[in-house]
Design a protein around this ligand. Structure first.
Ligand SMILES: Nc1nc2c(c(=O)[nH]1)N[C@H]1C(S)=C(S)[C@@H](COP(=O)(O)OP(=O)(O)OC[C@H]3O[C@@H](n4cnc5c(=O)[nH]c(N)nc54)[C@H](O)[C@@H]3O)O[C@H]1N2
Ligand SMILES: Nc1nc2c(c(=O)[nH]1)N[C@H]1C(S)=C(S)[C@@H](COP(=O)(O)OP(=O)(O)OC[C@H]3O[C@@H](n4cnc5c(=O)[nH]c(N)nc54)[C@H](O)[C@@H]3O)O[C@H]1N2
Ligand code: SF4
Ligand SMILES: [Mo]
Length: 881
């Protein structure tokens, strides 16, 4: 067979923005793009599993209105009708858009133009509010514009790398691999995070600080730098304002090293070491992410970091810069087009009437909506109040990702018209939509994204549009036309939209602003098709793009000077008390992406973590009688989260960690956001998603079950706890509850009919049962009183692919064990399918290093994201020995 021709495109997951080679027409594995400067051919496990997520199951394929399939003409007519009526009756402010950093720049541009320019509503916000808005605000306050000054190479060049509030090993794995490969004698890595993570593996120093105290830590650093004469006064005098004020306020909050250490709950010696390294290392990069942004003081934390970089003149220089890493593939593109409620297209300021006039002129409208509009949390509150009559949600799942999710769901239920554009039906938000628009997904859509280092890359379509799926820009433009804005929305494709976006950005040429794509405004369709990765600004003077900004000390303010912002210390708003004694931290796991609409359909990606979990410190587990592997429930204000307990001293006492991924499509009660209050940063409006509070108790299950079932008939189960784990040929359900059951009836119900095979020990509450139809397996169930007694059942998956089960297979089914293959344990290396037990065995047999294990089992030799876990297994084997 001749290999399929490969096309270059970009990974749709994290903000690293890796180049991917994908087979035209699909049907084969993706590869890393050797030519792409972000990843040079490497992909992490999510990237290399992309083709496994391109499955028809769960796709949204046709427009629907209130549950009925309709034509696109009808759907667009009804969307336009709802908007027209709301505007006529309640004014344009009754229409709102909630967008996403997973839209392409072209889609985003059209949405923003339609809403702010033509419908005239300022209420356009995006999930980037939950993600990057504190960094955006910090950049604007310090630099005058939302600009990341550095580039990935700086993370390699730095002699001191500070990673704060970031688990790069899992969340930006390819960048982490680059940082790791750049390690050399004399280079230091400091990780600042209240928990130990896969990333702390790389750390020479891990500051396991009290959550929410980062601005104190960096204020303390500013004071230290001043006191140790490590401030670059010449740089400050030439390029910055505000140093004295920032220092004075810092001093009032962080007067001495000892006081800072006590407040941050760190050893004085550790803190001093960090401060000394920072003071002594000109080539320092501070990379920050959600542990900084998702906080009631997120903007201040960002500025506290940037203050230290300005005070030492370390901005935009090789190996020396603050670096806000973006999460979503196009978080940056959304910021360029002005997707946030308080920003205008092309980095223009919403508050400035001249900027508004400039954009209105460009779009050919009398005026753009007067902003700013509602920020995400306030937007959904306005929906709840009834002020918003039409809400169009594109490429995001707010019922899962916004804090206080019960209230968000109430708001959606109250809103007269909720329009949702999505690719998947497996989303809690889609389930609440009135009008559903089927969107093109990765592989089908065509346009550009901008990664964390300002690099614009093409996503190219290599698959045909299935059924009636259409790109988001197409749906938006057609609604624009149906509303009578014809000429402004007659794009014939993404290239035309990109040219318009680049032309608008040219208004920044020759001004103090940096965002400028004027060098790309004249691209022909073919040139756009072939456009290679390039970092903005791209201008006539810099046609090949710009690697770094601000290195010459000229910033994007009118005066050209940067600002040090005085930062007061604001503690997290929700503090634990007697009723809710634990702090709830939330974040990501290595192999899942957000609300699992895509990664949840790749069985390989569910092997690393299969169900919702709660990481608990031994000191919090013991008094509650919680053991590893038990189920437990976190509760806050009538909301609860049930997950599997992981007892670990990676947590600090009094704090638990939960993953953000599970939701109503995958678990009975696995919604992290239900434990978060609607608390936001007063400057950026970003929710404090890292600091909820809750109580914790065991889930007193009387029985535990695994039910594997053909996927034809998805069901919800009446069980206090359930999780769905899709396998290749069936769905696996993990169930548990506190009640007694009439097992004969329940097994028949679960199996969808009388069991064909059965092994029962009712006295012990142990059951194995299966149902076959003409010899073909339909469902199989196993019940035990103790979860630890349940055998690993994933191997049964293959039995569902068999047209007829052999008698040996039937025996194995009831024994619960595959006779011919050992149980490999929890999956560690997803790339080569190497389990924990295999690694432990190899270690026991003498493999004593990561390299030896890699040679023997291949584990960790592809993307490397499991290397920290492999090291952990080596370490724990050593400590036992
Ligand atoms: N596998 C995977 N990768 C992803 C994603 C995904 O869903 N899955 N999502 C992408 C997106 S959109 C984003 S935004 C990024 C996010 O990437 P990260 O920011 O790395 O992700 P998180 O796991 O949410 O949080 C990072 C760390 O912040 C720590 N933290 C909590 N509170 C504090 C605090 O007060 N101070 C400090 N210093 N740290 C604290 C947490 O313990 C956690 O380890 O990941 C991107 N990459
Ligand atoms: N507690 C807590 N909450 C958090 C966070 C946290 O750390 N803790 N992190 C926050 C952060 S940083 C983020 S970024 C958010 C992410 O949260 P969300 O944005 O809500 O999560 P996703 O699952 O990425 O949702 C994207 C949706 O868009 C669909 N989709 C994908 N591609 C396309 C497309 O091209 N077009 C259309 N129309 N649809 C598409 C997907 O199927 C999916 O339903 O969560 C935030 N919420
Ligand atoms: S590091 Fe991010 S962009 Fe690169 S392959 Fe992995 S998920 Fe995709
Ligand atoms: Mo994000």
């Amino acid at each position: 067979m001749t290999p399929k021709p490969m096309l270059s495109t970009t990974c749709p997951y994290c903000g690293v923005g890796c180049g991917v080679r994908a087979p035209a027409g699909g049907g084969a594995a993706v590869q890393g793009d050797q030519q792409h400067p972000a990843n040079h051919g490497k992909l992490c496990v999510k990237g290399s599993s992309l083709h496994e997520t391109l499955v028809p199951e769960g796709r949204l394929l046709y427009p629907q209105v209130r549950g009925q399939r309709v034509t696109w003409d009808s759907a667009i007519g009804q969307v336009a009708g709802a908007i027209r009526e709301a505007v006529a009756t309640h004014g344009p402010g009754s229409v709102a858009f909630y967008l996403s950093g997973q839209m392409l720049t072209e889609d985003y541009y059209v949405a923003n133009k339609l809403a702010k320019g033509f419908i005239g509503t300022p209420h356009v916000d995006t999930n980037s509010r939950l993600c990057m808005s504190s960094a955006v605000a910090a950049h604007k306050r310090a630099f005058g514009e939302d600009v990341v000054p550095g580039c990935y190479e700086d993370l390699e060049l730095a002699d001191l790398l500070v990673l704060t509030g970031s688990n790069t090993a899992w969340n930006h794995p390819i960048l982490y691999q680059r940082m790791k490969a750049a390690n050399r004698a004399g280079r230091k890595v400091v990780v600042i995070d209240p928990r130990a993570t896969a990333t702390t593996e790389l750390a020479d120093l891990h500051l396991k600080l009290r959550p929410g105290t980062d601005s104190l830590l960096f204020n303390g650093l500013l004071v230290w730098l001043a006191d140790q004469q490590a401030v670059d006064h010449a740089y400050l005098a030439a390029h910055c304002d505000g140093f004295e004020d920032a220092l004075a306020l810092a001093r009032s909050h962080a007067p001495s090293l000892a006081q800072v250490a006590a407040a941050c709950d760190l050893a004085v010696a550790d803190l001093r070491r960090f401060y000394e390294w920072f003071a002594a290392t000109p080539r320092t990069v501070t990379l920050f992410s959600q542990g900084i942004n998702q906080s009631v003081a997120g903007t201040d934390k960002g500025n506290a970091i940037i203050n230290c970089h300005l005070a030492t003149g370390r901005v935009g220089k090789p190996g020396a810069s603050p670096f806000s890493i973006t999460g979503q593939p196009n978080a940056m593109g959304g910021r360029e087009v002005g997707g946030l409620a308080n920003t205008l297209a092309a980095h223009r300021d919403y508050e400035d009437p001249a900027d508004r006039a400039l954009v209105a002129d460009f779009w050919g409208v009398p005026q753009v909506a007067e902003g700013p509009g509602y920020k995400a949390v306030d937007l959904f509150e306005a929906v709840h109040r009834g002020d918003i009559k039409v809400l169009w949600i594109i490429a995001t799942n707010p019922a899962v990702s916004l804090p206080d999710s019960a209230r968000v769901r109430e708001a959606l239920a109250r809103c007269p018209t909720v329009i949702v554009s999505d690719c998947s039906v497996q989303s809690d938000t889609v389930q609440q939509a009135d009008i559903l628009l089927p969107a093109a997904g990765w592989g089908e859509k065509d346009g550009t994204v901008t990664n964390s280092e300002r690099r614009v890359s093409r996503q190219r379509a290599f698959l045909p549009l299935p059924a009636e799926v259409r790109p988001d820009w197409w749906a938006l433009a057609h609604v624009g036309q149906a509303l009578g804005y014809g000429a402004a929305f007659t794009y014939d494709g993404p290239a035309a939209i990109f040219r318009e976006h680049a032309r608008l950005s040219a208004c920044n040429s020759g001004t103090h602003r940096c965002f400028d794509l004027s060098g790309l405004q004249g691209l022909s369709d073919d040139e756009y098709h072939d456009l290679g990765p390039v970092q903005w600004p791209v201008t006539r003077q810099a046609p090949a793009g710009t690697t770094r900004l601000f290195g010459d000390g000229r910033f994007a303010t009118l005066s050209g000077r940067a600002r040090l912002v005085p930062v007061a210390w604001i503690p997290p708003q929700q503090q634990p008390d007697a009723q809710w004694p634990l702090v709830v931290n939330s974040g990501r796991v290595r192999d899942q992406w957000h609300t699992m609409t895509r990664t949840g359909s790749a069985p390989r990606l569910l092997q690393h973590r299969s169900e919702p979990f709660i990481e608990v410190h031994p000191a919090d587990a013991a008094p509650r009688g919680l053991e590893a592997g038990a189920l437990a429930t976190l509760q806050r204000e009538g909301q609860s989260y049930t997950g599997r307990v992981i007892v670990t001293d990676q947590q600090r006492p009094g704090e638990v960690f939960v993953p953000i991924h599970w939701n109503g499509q995958f678990a009975s009660a696995g919604l992290a956001s239900s434990l978060m209050g609607p608390v936001t940063d007063p400057v950026s409006g970003q929710p404090e998603s890292k600091h909820g509070i809750a109580s914790l108790q065991g889930f007193p299950a009387r029985w535990h079950a695994r039910l594997l079932q053909r996927r034809e008939a998805p069901r919800r189960w009446q069980a206090g706890y359930w999780t769905r784990v899709p396998l290749q040929h069936c769905d696996s359900w993990w169930l548990a509850d506190t009640d007694r059951k009439d097992w004969a009836a329940v097994l028949t119900d679960w199996l969808g009919g009388e069991p064909t095979l059965m092994m029962a020990d009712p006295a012990q509450q142990r059951f194995r049962a299966a149902r076959l139809l003409n010899g073909r397996l339909q469902a199989v169930v196993m019940v035990e009183t103790d979860a630890a007694l349940l055998p690993d059942t994933d191997w049964l998956d293959e039995c569902f692919a068999e047209p007829r089960l052999s008698s040996a297979q039937r025996r194995m089914l009831l024994a619960g064990r595959r006779a011919d293959q050992p149980d490999v344990g929890a999956m560690v290396c997803s790339c080569f399918q190497v389990g924990e037990k295999q690694i432990q065995q190899a270690i026991a047999e003498g493999a004593c290093s990561v390299d030896a294990l890699g040679e023997q089992l291949r584990c960790g030799t592809n993307c490397g994201s499991c290397l920290p876990e492999i090291k952990g297994l080596l370490l724990s084997a050593r400590s036992v020995a």
